[in-house]
Write a protein that binds this ligand. Sequence first.
Ligand code: ACO
Length: 324
Amino acid sequence: PLYSKIIGTGSFLPNAAVGNDELAARLAKDNVETSDTWIRERTGITQRYIASPEQTASELGAHAARAALEMAGITADRVDLIIVATSTPDSTFPSTACLLQAKIGADHAAAFDVMAVCSGFVYALTTADAMIKSGQTQTVLVVGAEVFSRLMDWKDRTTCVLFGDGAGAVVLQASDEPGVLANRLHANGKLAHILTAEGSINGGSVVGDPFLRMDGQAVFKQAVSVLGDVAKEVLAAANLTADDVDWLIPHQANVRILQATAKRLGVSMDKVITTVHLHGNTSAASVPLALDVAVRDGRVKKGQVILLQGVGGGFTWGANLVRF
Ligand code: ACO
């Protein structure tokens, strides 16, 4: 087979949603002042999901993976590779992908993690597509799973209101028809400082700042510019134009980034799948989560062209153009 095709999607959100008012009330106890109005007007976010302490990325990812396998109509023992995109792994090692493999019983699968922060899923899908097209694998489970609540400084209102936990997954399989049409990946390590969680483990303790830190305005500007550029690149690679795209599914960081990206591409907001208002920013989970929501509610249909886009820490960015 010349192509790889998405044959199932799944997602999972932990616990009950935490609305902006509830979050503001929790933060007020620590004298951190925020409001539903501020969060909604600046970001579009109205609620997010927060994992319990025992719910890890592999746990959330396993739920999403099972749902994707069920939709695909295949059992876990048919999977020959698992790639998990995460920046909040269960442990330094083993990889979250190995832990997820054990949870779902995918005993014949190889497993590894990809770390590209909010671009992680786009990087993982690109890798899975290449592995299938080179003939090395047939059926790949590609998962984005994150517990960014663990990285939040709950005293920093400029970041802690933005993120949420969750997982999304797709099953990608070798196919005689397209499929993934084109992929493009980029990174610029010189911009590492605008979005970091620099803490690492050394000699039994965390060295460096353990929390996520962000220069919000720098990230905003960078995100809008690179998302526009990479969309054009991946469309050109497949000889298509923005008019051929049925659905734009960008990383869900902020509704204003989605609006600015759609405008730059000349795509109407009616064609942009938006979940950030309900999920917050779930980093590598946001794109497969949004895709699964739109597949299950009937918006994304077989044969349509979808443009997936990631952007985030690193700085990293990329896109996948897919005939669903
Ligand atoms: N509640 C109330 N007030 C707040 C909050 C809050 N949660 N956070 C910041 N403020 C205040 C600030 O202190 C500032 O007050 P001041 O004027 O008295 O100094 C004021 O609001 C304005 O702050 P700005 O940082 O200028 O607000 P801005 O309009 O830039 O919005 C935001 C900030 C939402 C972070 C924006 O820059 C943004 O969306 N950036 C993109 C970053 C992003 O979405 N990152 C997600 C991760 S990256 C990724 O996934 C690609």
